[in-house]
Design a protein around this ligand. Structure first.
Ligand code: HEM
Length: 427
């Protein structure tokens, strides 16, 4: 199981070998990690964007070989176009009340208990992505989907807590859960086609009623991908934001003041537009390296670039963590400092938490909006407390995501919050 130590090793390689370095593992193609903004522009954003990507193998048994990360070329582009409308603009902004309702429900279930922050964050982001994927599901079916996904994710997370866990056995336990989820997607696809409702803006409806629609097996794969990629990442970001705000009470107080300045019942659009909230979320994604590297792009034929010879079959990886921790781009990169983003919006080759080019995360706008609204709602919950926050907290990399350990817990109570001394601040 990889951990933050892997990120430290990447930093060391970049220091020794420069911002474009190659790692070789036995039986694997060479992997080139790219953390120079000029090279990111040239290799991932420029005219090489049609290179195929290699979706992470980690999720393949869960989402299937037909899912979006494994599609290439025109087929990939067509699905990306289909997915775009529900994840942008009006349908996206209309989700504000749902986020509030989901956060309030999760907090209400918490009262009196302390739960791992990451579990609470998963519960919030999972319930939202179920709505975004399926739209008008019955309450019972929504709960069933959320429950199945929680069980699947628990099994996927087991290696993080039990490194000796047998992966084959875990997949065997996952199989009936996945089969049930797939049956639900199949049934909902059929019902979306049988009763086409033009007011629907969910992802399943969009895929099921497209002309031409992707094959049903693909639809299942895409929905499974969106359900998993669409909640695990955002949950880690939300948990990292809460953790950093606990370590930095001055930043937290300033953020709460900014949110409170909007009055007792702020409009979601106004919350989402708050500059300091935007800066805290941007810094969370930079500092936390929620997804430390993008998908690998497979080089189709030998080519020479900037003095490097790159043979066919080489995999090129946008090294997101390394770009975000370059001291020349982000002075004192280990410091959590939202001020970096207050008056300054870095270009896409210097700030790429959602990756870049044709593989850039399709859920970026959703994740950003959700993070802002959920964080604002959580911070307005009276008595919210984090337990187990200390500066030495070590995260584990599970699949593509950096995961917060379960030792960081959250509770709600009425006693005064503990004071946590912040660097340079007298408590
Ligand atoms: C904070 C939250 C998130 C982060 C940090 C994140 C990050 C990323 C990154 C780095 C990539 C690879 C991009 C590249 O290689 O250039 C990616 C791909 C992807 N993400 Fe996200 N993501 C987040 C939330 C979401 C959400 C909410 C969804 C679904 C609605 C989603 C769905 C996907 C999918 C389907 C892909 C594969 C895209 C493709 O193969 O074309 N992600 N994400």
């Amino acid at each position: 199981m990889e951990s933050e130590r892997q990120l430290v090793a990447w930093e060391e390689y970049a220091r020794v070998f420069g911002p474009v370095f190659t790692l070789r593992a036995e039986g694997e193609p060479p992997r080139v990690y790219v953390s120079d903004p000029g090279a990111v522009r040239a290799l991932f954003i420029g005219d090489r964007t049609s290179w195929d990507a290699r979706g992470t193998l980690y999720f393949r048994p869960v989402i299937g070989a037909q899912a979006l990360p494994y599609l290439t070329g025109e087929e990939h582009r067509a699905v990306r176009l289909l997915l775009a409308p529900p994840l942008h603009g009006v349908p996206l902004r209309a989700l504000g009340p749902a986020v509030d309702e989901i956060v309030d429900g999760a907090m209400a279930r918490l009262r009196g208990r302390a739960r791992p922050v990451i579990r609470l964050a998963h519960e919030i982001t999972l319930r939202l992505i179920v709505r975004v994927c399926f739209g008008p599901l019955s309450e019972a079916r929504r709960e069933e989907c959320a429950g199945l996904l929680i069980d699947v994710m628990d099994l996927m997370y087991e290696p993080a807590t039990a490194p000796d866990a047998d992966r084959g056995q875990l997949l065997g336990r996952m199989a009936p859960l996945l089969a049930r989820l797939q049956r639900i997607v199949t049934e909902e696809t059929a019902s979306a086609r049988a009763v086409p409702d033009p007011s629907r803006t969910d992802l399943l409806f969009q895929l099921a009623t497209a002309e031409p629609a992707p094959p049903d097996e693909q639809i299942r794969g895409h929905i499974m991908t969106l359900l998993i990629a669409g909640h695990d990442t955002t949950a880690s970001a939300l948990a990292w934001a809460l953790y950093q705000l606990e370590l930095h009470p001055r930043i937290r107080r300033r953020l709460v003041r900014a949110i409170d300045s909007l009055g007792a019942a702020p409009v979601h659009a106004d919350i989402a537009r708050l500059p300091y909230l935007g800066a805290v979320c941007a810094e969370t994604l930079r500092h936390g390296s929620v997804v430390p590297a993008g998908l690998a792009r497979v080089v189709p034929e030998d080519f020479d670039w900037d003095g490097h010879h790159i043979p066919a079959g080489t995999e090129l990886v946008p090294a997101i963590h390394l770009v975000h921790h370059r001291p020349d781009l982000y002075p004192a990169p280990e410091r959590f400092d939202p001020g970096r983003f207050l008056c300054h919006k870095p270009s896409g080759s210097r700030y790429l938490p959602f990756g870049t080019g044709t593989r850039r995360c399709p859920g970026a706008e959703l994740a950003d909006f959700e993070l802002r609204i959920a964080l604002a709602r959580l911070l307005r919950t009276p008595g919210l407390r984090l337990l187990g926050a200390d500066r030495g907290l070590r995260r584990v990399k599970n699949g593509p995501t950096m995961t917060i350990p379960a030792s960081l817990r959250i509770t709600v109570d009425s006693s005064p919050p503990p004071t946590v001394a912040e660097e340079g601040e007298s408590a």
